[in-house]
Design a protein around this ligand. Structure first.
Ligand SMILES: [Zn+2]
Length: 249
């Protein structure tokens, strides 16, 4: 769905954690600088991403860079295939880079001896078994992003470090449309905003502080990766979630 002249919001149907759900990578549109994909879905979605780009008369070949909000598998699964098809660069927040290029073990993957024990345990659900059997996806990162950096794309895109869900999670703020691309720093359901999922967020204190940071933005529209577009009272909703998370501490 084209949100405005600067942003295409994708809607990709996948199976995640044993059930069907929608993922929402976005494309920052810029005819001069080239288009930027933000996050790349679970594995084998490259054809779906390519097809979705058709809405703006583009294809994977028009993607010049992929900004990765964080290294979780549902965000980098199709990244190798997207790079192969487009030649795109990969950009990510500095702290997240060793988790993407494989120098550090994925933050939520148990250590090897625990993986072996979980695979040997018949009570480990099949979708977890399948995930543990898959070797982590690793990709070289071309450019380190920094908190507060302003990228000269689509009228200005601000990089905001929003750690908590992972060590180096990044959100992006499009100045022109006052739009926040929140990745997994926030979630939403039917236009109602919520915090990140606690079971998949190792540091809820940092995550709450990150949402507090986002509450300072002049936001009109928010796109969450799990949940999609939030337009109604976006700024008030971020404030509410920030207050709830601060109170939960
Ligand atoms: Zn996610």
């Amino acid at each position: 769905m084209k949100l405005n002249d600067d942003l295409l919001v994708l809607e990709l149907q996948v199976n995640l954690m044993g059930g069907p759900t929608l993922l929402h990578p976005v494309v920052i549109l810029d005819d001069q600088a080239g288009h930027t994909l933000v996050d790349a879905g679970t594995p084998n979605l490259e054809d779906a991403i390519n097809a979705a780009l058709g809405e703006v008369g583009a294809s994977l070949k028009d993607i010049k860079r992929v900004i990765v909000t964080h290294h979780d598998l549902d965000h980098i699964g199709s990244l190798p295939a997207v790079i192969a098809a487009s030649g795109a660069q990969v950009w990510a927040l500095e702290r997240e880079i060793p988790l993407i290029d494989g120098r550090e073990r994925p933050q939520k993957r148990p250590p090897p001896e625990q993986v072996d024990a979980m695979l040997a345990d018949p009570n480990t659900p099949p979708h977890i078994q399948a995930m543990l059997r898959m070797p982590p996806i690793t990709v070289q990162v071309d450019r380190a992003l920094h908190d507060g950096e302003e990228l000269p794309l689509a009228g200005g895109v601000r990089v905001i470090a929003t750690p908590g869900h992972t060590f180096g999670h990044a959100s992006l703020y499009l100045e022109r449309g006052k739009t926040l691309i929140a990745g997994d720093a926030l979630t939403s359901q039917g236009g109602t905003l919520g915090g990140p999922p606690p079971q998949a967020t190792p540091d809820m204190t940092a995550a709450g502080e990150s949402v507090g940071k986002l509450a300072g933005l002049d936001v009109q529209t928010i796109v969450t990766y799990h949940g999609g577009v939030v337009r109604e009272n976006a700024k008030e909703q971020v404030n509410q979630v920030a207050e709830q998370m601060a109170a939960a501490e």
